[in-house]
Write a protein that binds this ligand. Structure first.
Ligand code: UDP
Length: 331
């Protein structure tokens, strides 16, 4: 057995999970990746398979989780994470944020490991406070379409905090705001892959509502750096990690048109129910306790991300959805 620290990363084949696997391998950890591959894709981690310090388990963490040997850290990043995903697979979304975290908390307690959970700006719902700081309790509709995700993540924070206070488990909570970069799924319905995919296929860009709603986009490497610093900090309360550079969705569509040089135009579609009107992280806390702030501008990050999507094959560009995913959709 090596003397490397061992970290379990759930959702390892997903967008964020796979970038975290890369980072922890680079930092000299032994990484155990776990994913049920409903929304994850092995292509995101296949470059790690030859690495002797990387192991992958195809497993759904909503079922009992067993890992042999010692564990130092657990990072829970398994969850569907786009509005389209949780509309299609609402029960799995609720289960991974409740049964899944319960299993992982039990595992972390048994192994005396430190556990970090991926929470989200969605805990603030459609916020009445702007920008959102960690002391805001949120405005969530529990029975709306986003409720399955938002409430699972809120429960996840609550149970994680309970294990911390009751069992003395070492825990960390990151609230992740909109993040983008290579390995996002082209057809998960998120705005950035939607717009870039449309531009690459020569389709019009679909803006929902009048496009006046805002988001603030963080490049994935900045996010990973924030998470890495949080894991090794002493802070146990929730911490926002995101890029405060706020933009309306209409302006964002125009930026993508400019970036891709597409001749297509913007078309308007209905705004989905409970779509938050504004979202921008207040990152004062992260700046103070982690000395962290994003470094990569949107123009820089978008260029790298566009190059990634351009490198996909025609088959991937036109593929409607991940195969494994389809069998979970109610006909
Ligand atoms: N959106 C859009 N066109 C699309 C996809 C999304 O205008 O083709 C809008 C969506 O209504 C929301 C914003 O872009 O206001 C961000 O959506 P996304 O699904 O990326 O994430 P959210 O921040 O809503 O969870």
């Amino acid at each position: 057995m090596s003397d490397k620290k061992r970290v379990l990363i759930t959702g390892a084949a997903g967008f964020l999970g796979s970038h975290l696997c890369d980072r922890f391998i680079k930092e000299g950890f032994e990484v155990i990746g776990m994913d049920n591959l409903i929304t994850g894709n092995l292509k995101n981690i296949e470059h790690l398979f030859a690495n002797e310090f990387f192991t992958f388990y195809h497993h759904d963490v909503s079922n009992y989780v067993h890992v042999s040997g010692e564990l130092d850290y657990v990072l829970h990043f398994a969850s569907p994470a786009s509005p389209i995903d949780y509309l299609k697979i609402p029960i799995q979304t609720l289960k991974v944020g409740s049964l899944g975290i319960h299993n992982l908390l039990g595992l972390a307690k048994d192994k005396k490991a430190r556990l970090l959970i991926a929470s989200t700006s969605e805990v603030y719902g459609d916020p009445h406070v702007h920008p959102q700081d960690e002391s805001y309790w949120g405005n969530v509709n529990p029975v709306g379409p986003r409720g399955v995700y938002d409430e699972a993540k809120r429960f996840q924070e609550a149970i994680t905090m309970a294990y911390h206070t009751f069992h003395g488990l070492e825990t960390r909570i990151v609230r992740i705001f909109n993040t983008y970069g290579p390995r996002m799924r082209l057809n998960d319905g998120r705005v950035l892959p939607a717009f870039i995919g449309q531009a690459l296929r020569g389709e019009d860009l679909t803006v929902f509502g009048d496009g006046s709603q805002t988001r603030s986009f963080c490049y994935v490497d900045d996010l990973v750096e924030g998470i890495y610093r949080l894991l090794f900090s002493d802070y146990t309360g929730p911490v926002n990690i995101g890029n405060p550079d706020e933009i309306t969705i209409k302006e964002f569509a125009e930026e993508i048109i400019k970036l891709t040089g597409t001749k297509q135009k913007v078309i308007y579609k209905d705004l989905p129910k409970d779509d938050p009107t504004q979202r921008q992280p207040n990152i004062s806390l992260a700046k103070k306790i982690l000395s962290w702030e994003p470094k990569i501008s949107r123009s820089e990050g978008l260029k790298i991300t566009y190059d990634y999507f351009k490198s996909l094959s025609q088959e991937e560009l036109y593929k409607k959805e991940h195969n494994v995913f389809d069998k979970y959709i109610k006909k």
